[in-house]
Design a protein. Structure first.
Lengths: 177, 326
């Protein structure tokens, strides 16, 4: 098997995780696509530098992290929300998720799906419509008879509830290991 | 935005991103992203072998999602150069050792070649440095250097730079099986035909085995041999060697992948080939092999495993046949 094929396998195994990492730090979908491509190309060009003792996903996130920070530095926006400590925070959580059982990144997120299932119905439904059924905000608002602002607030609260639940589950898993 | 607000926003963003992954609503976009990366890698890999960058359609800094590489541009012939070059290089020494004895008009030249052939058949390990020069119509050239180790007539090991910088590949024969050791991944083994077919299939070029056969066939059909004045060559370690010098001109002038001219310098005392130059006819198209130079380095002490894959890697590597579907 050639290096290109090996790299393709590693890329496919880690693509979902890397995209989630980038989407966590970048709002614009096109920019996520660009940074994903750039991360993978940097990894390919520097494959010789990769320490085989470490997880490939960790190395990719390190590259992505630098690209994200560079992206925000270039924009020099007053609304920049991410800095080094924010990326550290993100990395800590992704590293914990990476240790969860499961072959694919989606499988490793079974704890997150459990947390969604545990939400009260008025929070669970908009989350499922948005992320499972891929409905737009206006479609969800119409379906649930909610005004846009109310819907956004409900989704925000739902995500924070899921985040709290996930943090607890990940901590519990760590204590078990 | 305060620190707490930033963290809160980040937390929310992360949950949204994870939910997209958990319910796989991003999978189509993910697949498209992967395909774009693979196309770029393919472009860059060919570019690394490319000795004519003007043929590339995709600008090196183009990250545009809307402009994938033009699929109508066939980049395969340029990648072919790498494999063809070392495959031919590896075969030239063996081919010349086998075939030139059948040809020639100069008895002195023939005698020199036959002595060199006899020396080549000895079960003595020898190390050669092979340089393949590729050039284009503009006079630009590029050299690719590899190392060839031979012992007798059927054992060889060739080290060649890999596509990834600072990595290498090995291929060879222990006299029974042929093998290919990539920089990563499983070892491939089989017979010479299997090796040729496997490489040809992967690199989309004609089998190097055919190149060896082509060279042998061409050589058998006719090289005019001419004795030149003796020459003194200097090895890398400073040793000087008095050499007989023979030039072979290909009799058949039709289009051929074999060198149009071969120059041989062999040790006057031992007959060992010290240097071989294969000069190729200038092609009609840009970027093609123009010269292959094989220079004797030394007669090293090699491990028993040198002509097997085990001599060139550590740790466990799976071994697969060339015709394995894995």
């Amino acid at each position: 098997m050639e290096a290109g094929e090996i790299f393709e396998i590693l890329m496919r195994e880690n693509a979902a995780m890397l995209r989630a990492f980038l989407r966590s730090s970048i709002r614009d979908a096109n920019t996520v696509d660009d940074l994903f491509q750039e991360t993978m190309l940097v990894a390919w060009r520097r494959l010789d530098d990769f320490d085989h003792e470490r997880p490939f996903g960790l190395w990719l996130r390190g590259i992505a992290r630098n690209l994200v920070l560079a992206h925000y530095r270039q924009r020099a926006s007053r609304e920049t929300v991410l800095d080094q400590s924010a990326m550290d925070w993100l990395e800590t959580r992704f590293a914990k998720i990476q240790k969860q059982p499961g072959d694919s990144f989606a499988e490793k997120l079974s704890a997150l799906r459990d947390c969604v299932d545990l939400l009260p119905e008025n929070y669970r439904e908009p989350i499922r419509m948005r992320y499972q059924l891929d409905m737009s905000l206006s479609e969800i608002g119409q379906s649930l008879s909610l005004a846009m602002e109310a819907l956004k607030k409900r989704l925000t609260r739902a995500k924070h509830k899921v985040a709290d639940c996930l943090d607890q589950k990940l901590m519990a898993m760590e204590n078990l290991l | 935005m305060s620190q707490n607000d930033s963290e809160s926003q980040l937390r929310e963003n992360m949950m949204g991103a994870l939910m997209q992954s958990a319910y796989q609503t991003d999978s189509q976009r993910e697949q498209q992203s992967i395909e774009r990366v693979l196309r770029r890698i393919e472009c860059e890999s060919v570019d690394a072998q490319d000795y004519g960058a003007q043929q590339l359609a995709q600008p090196a800094d183009d990250l545009s999602l809307a402009s994938p590489a033009d699929p109508s541009i066939d980049r395969r012939p340029r990648r072919r150069n790498q494999w063809t070059s070392w495959a031919l290089a590896a075969s030239v020494l063996v081919a010349i050792g086998f075939a030139i004895q059948f040809l020639g008009e100069s008895s002195n030249a023939m005698a020199a070649v036959e002595r060199s052939l006899a020396a080549a058949k000895e079960l003595v390990a020898r190390h050669y440095c092979i340089t393949v020069t590729t050039g284009n119509d503009s006079g630009d050239t590029r050299d690719v250097t590899s190392d060839l180790y031979v012992q007798g007539t059927d054992q060889f090991a060739l080290r060649h730079p890999a596509l990834i910088p600072n990595r290498e590949i090995w291929l060879g024969s222990d006299g029974t099986d042929c093998w290919f050791l990539p920089s990563l991944g499983p070892i491939r083994v089989g017979d010479q035909t299997g090796l040729g077919r496997w490489l040809a299939k992967r690199e989309q070029l004609s089998s190097p085995i055919l190149h060896i056969e082509t060279i042998l066939t061409r050589l058998k059909r006719g090289y005019h041999l001419k004795q030149e004045p003796d020459a003194t060559l200097t090895l890398d370690d400073g040793t000087t060697v008095n050499c007989q010098h023979v030039i072979g001109e290909l009799k058949l002038k039709e289009s051929t992948s074999a060198p149009g001219k071969i120059e041989l310098w062999c040790n006057k005392q031992t007959g060992v080939a010290i240097r071989l130059d294969g000069i190729y006819s200038k092609p009609a198209n840009a970027w093609a092999r123009s010269k292959t130079t094989i220079v004797f380095v030394d007669s090293p002490e090699l491990s028993d495993e040198w002509f097997t894959p085990a001599g060139h890697h550590r740790g466990f590597r799976r071994t697969l046949r060339f015709d394995s579907e894995e």
